[in-house]
Ligand binder design. Sequence first.
Ligand code: HEM
Length: 488
Amino acid sequence: SSSTPKRVPPNTNTPKAYPIIGSIFAIAANKHRRIHWISDILLSSPSSSTFTLRRSLGSRQIFTADPAIVHHILKSNFPTYQKGPTLNRALGDFLGDGIFNSDGDNWKFQRQLSSHEFNTRSLRNFVETVVDAELSNRLIPILSATCNHTNANATNTCDLQDILQRFAFDNICKIAFGYDPEYLLPSLPTTTFAKAFDDATRISSERFNSAVPLVWKIKKILNIGSENRLRTAVSEVRGLAKKIVEEKKRELEEKKTLQSVDLLSRFLVSGQNDESFVTDIVISFILAGRDTTSAALTWFFWLLASHPHVEEEVVSEIIQKNHVDGSSVYEELKDMVYTHAALCESMRLYPPVPVDTKEAANDDVLPDGTFVKKGTRLAYHIFAMGRSERIWGADWADFRPERWLRRDGEGKWAFVGVDPYSYTVFQAGPRVCLGKEMAFLQMKRVVAGILREFRVVPAVAEGVVPEYTGYLTSLMKGGFPVKIEKRR
Ligand code: HEM
């Protein structure tokens, strides 16, 4: 950050802006394709992958897909770029002071205490007990039941995205609370809590991206429309989270033990008595763990279906690593290098978190010379960065796990990491995703479990590409209908 900024010619493909109302028309017109719209602007300029969107009343938001700027905001000038008051206000009703919505000492406290949940021992325990049980007792039998055992032309389909979300939801609740919500059952029960969670995520994120923030603030005061729905959804989410916190408190008191096996117990045992705050913490973790891995896996299976050579490599790795003498599930998963690369590659094209926004706590100048006024929001565009020719080269559009690999001396695949400020799928710097390793272990276990037995065949009409859409996390619009076939 101390080097002299070099002026880069600005991106001129920016939307038309007017005094006072800024680019309100363009923002409204692209409301339903916000991610693609901003990405197109960022990637279309030959000179700069950064531009300033002018919002109403003089408010500005900078977007970037430039690794040098990402390094500046996430690492070298970390204290300047915080979650900040705008995000706080927009997400506050839903996330409270949870880790996703906090800065400074409050963030540090939550980060330090929860990091224990992600050490090697906990992770090993997580994949070998929680994930494995959910996989063998629920996921595989449910897929097996929809499987077209006898007739390859049968039209039995299921929504794989929904199933993977249920899977991830059960998992995260077990780790976070030591509580099993039983959402992945053969009856695919109605998920009131999950539905409320979706509503709260969507409406909070719409607040954050709204062209005229005053509108949601007025609707909130009047308790009408989307704000009324948000209030209902939040009360549903917090109601259940609170019940779980109370139950856990009672359980800990009864047992009179200070053993903390799940994240919630860890916070309660640490002397954290403010129930509302503990509830906040829990809600942030559900958000972190539920939609991210399920979105990543949904797109992974979609891409695999049209890239048979990748599927072959993945399956061959699964067979090779399975039951190697003396190795544990955890070690097997660690060794699945090709599958790891294929997952990195699919998240490059379809990142579970599409965009991440910070707010400047003081005036600053970016490495390209852009002046940042205190209070300006600055977003690094993860989706655009994954599709940037500058970063990935001319074949950026190809799904090619090999770009993450090289052959070692014995001809085996070895993983080659990428600069985390260019591949920002898990963020980078001091606030890098805490669950990254846990996410990979879980995803590789699911991939191995499913592909060992089944082929996943998209039941999507020829030539149709599902739509990538999203709020705080990304989704396949309308779900992912698939046929499950027995692998021969
Ligand atoms: C493929 C899966 C995942 C992806 C792509 C992902 C991505 C991210 C990203 C981009 C952030 C930064 C968000 C922000 O600050 O605004 C983040 C933060 C975080 N993630 Fe993940 N995540 C994944 C899975 C998980 C899982 C399974 C957990 C565990 C429960 C988890 C826990 C967290 C936590 C606690 C933070 C906040 C870190 C902090 O602010 O210090 N993530 N993740």
